[in-house]
Write a protein that binds this ligand. Structure first.
Ligand SMILES: Cc1cc2nc3c(=O)[nH]c(=O)nc-3n(C[C@H](O)[C@H](O)[C@H](O)COP(=O)(O)OP(=O)(O)OC[C@H]3O[C@@H](n4cnc5c(N)ncnc54)[C@H](O)[C@@H]3O)c2cc1C
Ligand SMILES: *[C@@H]1O[C@H](CO)[C@@H](O)[C@H](O)[C@H]1NC(C)=O
Ligand SMILES: *[C@@H]1O[C@H](CO)[C@@H](O)[C@H](O)[C@H]1NC(C)=O
Ligand SMILES: *[C@@H]1O[C@H](CO)[C@@H](O)[C@H](O)[C@H]1NC(C)=O
Ligand SMILES: *[C@@H]1O[C@H](CO)[C@@H](O)[C@H](O)[C@H]1NC(C)=O
Ligand SMILES: *[C@@H]1O[C@H](CO)[C@@H](O)[C@H](O)[C@H]1NC(C)=O
Ligand SMILES: *[C@@H]1O[C@H](CO)[C@@H](O)[C@H](O)[C@H]1NC(C)=O
Ligand SMILES: *[C@@H]1O[C@H](CO)[C@@H](O)[C@H](O)[C@H]1NC(C)=O
Length: 489
């Protein structure tokens, strides 16, 4: 029987405020060294909701280590490389697939949960953020100063993985105007495989600074991100639910709203479409002003709805909490991704294909599958181009629709069968998009499943440069050999 970390913690007794996994039987050399060199309070700690998916929380490492500083991360890396222990690194634990940020025995898990501090530069223009913070904590720290950063569109998502996933675009609502989150990082502190701590920014280690935006687990453990801030404002927005019969109209409205918003050029508007096997679908609205002073959303607002939270003068926090509620923690989770040229009929046809492929699960409330369709506006792609982003997205192909095809299900279902059907549904979308001339080869890393390759579609020159930089910071391939999680170049 697979024990979840939480259940292990319960079996061995809970030490508040965190569950503490008492020494699982292990004579592992790295765990021994950790126990020798670190206080017990930094070993085998399991933060609440450490992992969002059951596939990750079910995994039990030989031990866990919780460093509290970059120096301690270096010390931990030195131990793991000297002893040749396999390891995983967790920040917010939101990458859903098994082994992305956790690792089975005999591997050890490096948990950055204590590296969660947010501080603001004197002029408030830069926020220094620890990778182990969740975005809600960051926003809460900056809000009293009237500041916000481009980060996750949900309070629970972690900083570390999100910002190393390239173009982190699930969008902050500021993205239409300010571009991708990863292009608003002005500096990194990183620990290399050999235990050296370095800075990467526009002055120091500039190649690495470029590479880290699509860094995943290839270059080292990032211990601090420096993020450009912007001023906060309350928003107009919320969620609306709709009867399925209006799906095509909603897909068209998504595309038209983006066109209108881009024509106005203010960069204030976000509209997303969540449509799956539920009786209803929903759209999320956000306008970066406290009031409804625009007609860009009209095509969507005109669609008859069944329920609604859209309102004036709402805080970012409230909007994020509404979105978080759509993604329950503690279930089986799978993400897959595809990008394509906006086409309402294709969006609907792909969704309809889902009902065919998942026919045997019809009416089974233990499974939900959803297409999250978000527009990547030309303004965002231009911002990425201007920042010379490693993905090499070409704004002249824009705008695009970025899909997160996701599913959430309970233990009662067969993991392989659900994953298989999701893979089949993705393949249908890919083939059909190709046939209709809509396919774009961007594979957004943070939404990718392990059977997708986010590095495959990037321009060859960028891939070569990334590999060259990796070679320079990890000449002995230590990270490739010992750190299986994340996506490798
Ligand atoms: C419910 C939900 C909603 C989401 N919404 C969005 C969204 O709106 N927009 C979006 O872009 N994405 C979204 N995502 C995807 C999310 O951004 C990615 O899964 C991201 O990687 C999560 O970061 P994390 O720190 O929480 O993850 P983790 O699982 O802790 O880490 C992810 C990967 O990065 C590596 N890593 C983590 N920290 C470091 C570090 N400091 N140095 C080196 N490597 C590190 C880990 O080893 C792992 O491989 C969502 C995910 C979920 C589950
Ligand atoms: C890690 O090892 C490197 C040598 O590779 C050494 O310079 C550094 O001081 C060590 N760091 C710690 C914190 O032990
Ligand atoms: C942040 O880290 C500190 C220790 O550095 C810890 O005491 C605190 O509980 C952490 N906060 C959260 C919300 O995880
Ligand atoms: C949704 O619309 C269809 C077709 O108009 C209608 O038959 C159905 O009753 C509606 N469902 C709900 C829940 O309103
Ligand atoms: C928003 O404003 C537009 C016109 O500016 C109006 O048509 C629409 O009904 C308003 N919608 C909401 C939800 O307030
Ligand atoms: C908007 O909300 C803020 C609190 O978030 C409040 O202080 C302010 O008075 C509100 N403005 C209006 C016009 O209602
Ligand atoms: C749904 O899950 C519950 C609890 O695990 C289980 O009792 C039930 O049989 C499941 N239903 C189906 C249709 O699989
Ligand atoms: C560790 O690696 C970095 C990056 O390659 C290098 O600059 C540094 O000199 C190395 N440090 C040691 C102690 O070998």
């Amino acid at each position: 029987m697979a024990l979840t970390l939480q259940s292990v913690a319960i079996v061995f007794g809970l030490l508040l405020p965190y569950g503490t996994v008492q020494a699982l039987p292990s004579h592992h050399s790295c765990c021994k060294a950790f126990r020798r060199q670190f206080p017990a309070s930094q070993i085998d700690l399991v933060f609440p909701d450490a992992y969002s998916s059951v596939q990750e929380s079910d995994i039990v490492a030989s031990c866990r280590i919780n460093p509290t500083s970059a120096e301690e991360v270096a010390q931990v890396l030195n131990i793991t490389t000297e002893s040749g222990c396999n390891f995983a690194v967790r920040s917010g634990g939101h990458m859903p697939w098994a082994g992305s940020a956790n690792i089975e025995e005999p591997g050890v898990a490096i948990d950055l949960g204590f590296l969660n501090k947010t501080t603001l530069s004197n002029d408030k223009s830069i926020a220094h953020v620890g990778p182990g913070a969740r975005w809600g904590l960051v926003y809460d720290a900056l809000a009293p100063e009237g500041r916000v950063v481009i980060g996750g569109r949900g309070e629970h998502i972690g900083v570390g993985g999100y910002l190393l996933g390239g173009k982190s675009c699930g969008i902050s609502f500021f993205s239409e105007g300010l571009g991708f989150a990863s292009d608003n990082v002005v500096g990194y502190e990183i620990v290399f495989a050999n235990g050296t701590i370095a800075e990467a920014n526009s002055q120091e280690n500039t190649d690495l600074f470029w590479a880290l935006r699509l860094g995943s687990t290839n270059f080292g453990i990032v211990t601090r991100f420096d993020l450009k801030t912007t001023t906060t404002t309350n928003l107009w927005g919320g969620l609306r639910n709709y009867n399925r019969s209006h799906a095509l109209q909603a897909a068209k409205a998504l595309i038209e709203t983006n066109q209108r918003s881009q024509e106005q050029g203010a960069g204030l508007d976000t509209l997303g479409l969540f449509i799956g096997n539920g009786d209803e679908f929903l759209m999320n609205y956000a306008h970066l002003k406290p009031e409804n002073d625009t007609d860009v959303f009209e095509p969507a607002l005109d669609i008859p709805f069944t329920s609604d939270t859209v309102r004036s003068n709402v805080t970012l926090k409230t909007i994020l909490q509404e979105l978080d509620a759509l993604f329950p923690i503690g279930r089986h989770v799978s993400f897959r991704t595809l990008a394509f040229v906006p086409d309402a009929q294709f969006m609907i046809d792909w969704w309809q294909e889902g009902f065919k492929i998942f026919a045997q699960y019809e009416g089974n409330s233990n499974l939900s599958w959803t297409f999250t369709y978000a527009i990547i506006p030309v303004s965002m792609m231009r911002a990425a181009e201007a920042a010379n982003d490693p993905y090499g997205l070409d704004a002249s192909n824009g705008p695009l629709i970025l899909t997160n095809l996701n599913a959430f299900w309970s233990d009662s279902l067969d993991e392989d069968d659900v994953q298989c059907k999701l893979a089949e549904l993705l393949e249908w979308g890919k083939t059909t998009a190709q046939e209709r001339g809509l396919l774009n080869d961007w594979v957004y890393l943070n939404y990718a499943s392990p059977d997708q390759d986010p590095y495959a579609g990037i321009p060859e020159a960028n891939a070569r440069r990334l590999r060259h930089i990796r070679q320079s910071v990890d000449p002995n391939d230590i990270l490739r050999n010992l750190w299986p999680g994340g996506f490798k170049l």
